[in-house]
Design a protein around this ligand. Sequence first.
Ligand code: RM4
Ligand code: MN
Ligand code: MN
Length: 424
Amino acid sequence: MQIEKYKLEEHNHSLQKEHRRRFEFIAAEIKDPEGILQKLIDFQVAIPSWALGTGGTRFARFAGGGEPRSLEEKIEDIGLLHALNKSSGAISLHIPWDIPENAANIKALAAQNGLRFDAMNSNTFQDQPGQQLSYKFGSMQHVDKAVRKQAVEHNIEVIKYGVELGSESLTVWLSDGSCFPGQLNFRKAFQHTLESLQEVYAALPDSWKMFVEYKAFEPNFYSTTVGDWGQSLLYASKLGDKAYTLVDLGHHLPNANIEQIVALLLMEGKLGGFHFNDSKYGDDDLTVGSIKPYQLFLIFNELVEGMDARGMNHNTDLGWMIDASHNIKDPLEDLLQSVEAILITYAQALLVDRQKLTEAQLKNDVVTAQEILQQAFRTDVRALVAEARLRAGGSLNPIGFYRNEKVRENLIKQRGSKTVATGL
Ligand code: RM4
Ligand code: MN
Ligand code: MN
């Protein structure tokens, strides 16, 4: 479904007066509004191809209508999001859920929608129909060399698809681990995994990055072979300069200090990518910013500080991706909410008065340090984010527009009410 430009203009026009009043207020309140607006306009977050359909739990899946039935329709959905918010200009593919049958056509369709291909994701956590050997007891860690080889070859195939599409990174997330004590030898599992990753690393094109994603538990419940940032960093350091750690916000044990992890990975030049979502208990994959917005702010605060300390480009030097799943919301509305939450939090982090914070730290003035952070966090920057969207050609109120234009109803008419998107 295409968004008609005149409809977007009409919608923006009807909201313009109220918006101007709010924008002028915030612009007068903060330092360098123009600089911040440009950073917000530049910032792009990749949408994963698996987040466009309704997810499910291990108990049930309540399918929504009008879900994309093919990779082409997924690209159209992301194009629609991007037309509305101008901040979703990339797609992250999962192989084999979304194999591009004709890469040139897929690339052209993405380009028409203003999208580029972000990290490619491999999948050795499920057995696929026709697959020779099973991953039931792991993939890259497996005791059987033939299984490890199969996993390595799959990853190399994913890189090939990525090269055809113009992607420049591979994310490896392994479910490898064990469910019971004694099931595996930790050291051997690590060494097998490292050797397998090394073989994949050797097949990476020069310009590519490899992201090693960690996760504390699930689907394995006793040990995970890439279980935390320490293990991921160990693999990434042993692999080489093109290997980095990927932080998924839902992959830690409860109450982990993720902002500190981020700060240290950045300091080491080993933070590569990010999977945004929110959670209360485990890998809940909820809408970004819906449960712990202050934690997200503290993470962004470290990201901005750490990237600036290394002179990094906020938009292009890290891979920014959403990794969420939607059980009860319309996935497109949920994604609009997630991207909005990311931009709001990024804007707030840009507001932190770094010089004053450093001064407070040097004086051990704990109270002032807290005041500085909370001053930024409690600033209502929504009109700033809306202005960035407006200047980039998007909508002042993406969800409002989506609902007024009955986008979901139209998609159901086009695609049917019982469609199933590929994926989990
Ligand atoms: C995992 C992890 C990966 C994602 C899969 C579907 O928990 O977050 O990034 O590819 O789920
Ligand atoms: Mn993830
Ligand atoms: Mn996850």
